[in-house]
Design a protein around this ligand. Structure first.
Ligand code: B12
Length: 221
């Protein structure tokens, strides 16, 4: 048996866990991983790998293996995993910085955003999560009202990427751009895109995003 074969077996196991309608397998999976000493980020990472596989099977034009219902079930199970793993990443109250976070207009994906928010919170950041499908005005008003150190935006759909650019332009017009660092991330976002729209940083994943937010706060002192 080659390593490649093992990888395939592993991914199909993960998709089985994520597509279990009753949510029993996800609980067993998280529990056994916790008992074996795995840290929450590696468990999220493994599950994300499974979600990517489901995403690939969903968009495969040659042989569509997954459908809308699979996106829904896997999304629900990933949220169950967040609930199970969140207590292992308790918030630290260091007051490292205030972060406003949301998913852009037209996009309701919130799993990655929530994992990123929990990651920041467990590192001492204070989080104001303004939810999903947040309008350009919604982001700008949140920045105006709360004066955060960092604005974090998530987008998983390529069709909603332009909203990120609109928010940054809107911040500039409102005279708020110089007062807040902007970090962007999510499945649809790339480093190149982040640079093009004038974001201060791109987070490949929640750990990379955390590192960049820490750097922002270090620059401040
Ligand atoms: C689950 C899922 C859903 C669920 C979401 C449930 C929920 N509550 O979030 C539901 C069923 C709602 C859904 C709906 C749709 N989905 Co969907 N979905 C997925 C799926 C399978 C997993 C997404 C996910 O949670 N991934 C796991 C998380 C952890 O990953 P992540 O979000 O990328 O986050 C990580 C990093 O990116 C980063 N991160 C995320 N945000 C941020 C923000 C910052 C600031 C930073 C620093 C980092 C960061 O940290 C996270 C952890 O490392 C993906 C497939 C995929 N490959 O991602 C498709 C996918 C995103 N969906 C897709 C599509 C097409 C749709 C629909 C349009 C389907 C339809 N026809 O209705 C709708 C759109 C609804 C809408 N208006 O938003 C496409 C998007 C294609 C594209 N190029 O735009 C994908 C890629 C599937 C595919 N391959 O075709 N979906």
């Amino acid at each position: 048996m080659t390593d490649d074969h093992l990888k395939v077996t592993n991914v199909s196991y993960l998709t089985g866990v994520l597509l279990d309608f009753k949510g029993i397998k996800i609980r067993e999976f998280c529990q056994s991983k916790i008992e074996s000493g795995a840290d929450p980020f590696s468990i999220f990472g493994e599950l994300q790998h499974g979600l990517e596989e489901i995403g690939k099977g969903y968009e495969d034009p040659g042989f569509r293996r997954y459908f809308n219902s699979d996106l829904i079930v896997s999304g629900r199970n990933m949220k169950r995993a967040i609930e199970i793993l969140k207590p292992l990443l308790p918030p630290r109250k260091d007051g490292k910085g205030l972060v406003v976070i949301g998913t852009v207009a037209g996009d309701v994906h919130d799993i990655g955003k929530t994992i990123f928010a929990v990651t920041l919170e467990s590192d001492g950041f204070i989080i104001k999560d303004i939810g999903v499908d947040v309008s350009c005005t919604g982001f700008i008003e949140a920045v105006r009202e709360t004066s955060p150190d960092i604005l974090a935006m998530s987008s998983l759909l390529t069709t909603t990427l332009p909203s990120m650019s609109e928010v940054i332009q809107g911040l500039t017009i409102a005279g708020l751009r110089d007062r807040v660092w902007v970090i962007v991330g999510g499945h649809a976002v790339t480093e190149q895109f982040a640079r093009t729209i004038g974001a201060d940083a791109y987070g490949r994943d929640c750990v990379d995003g955390l590192r960049k937010c820490r750097e922002f706060m270090q620059e401040k002192v």
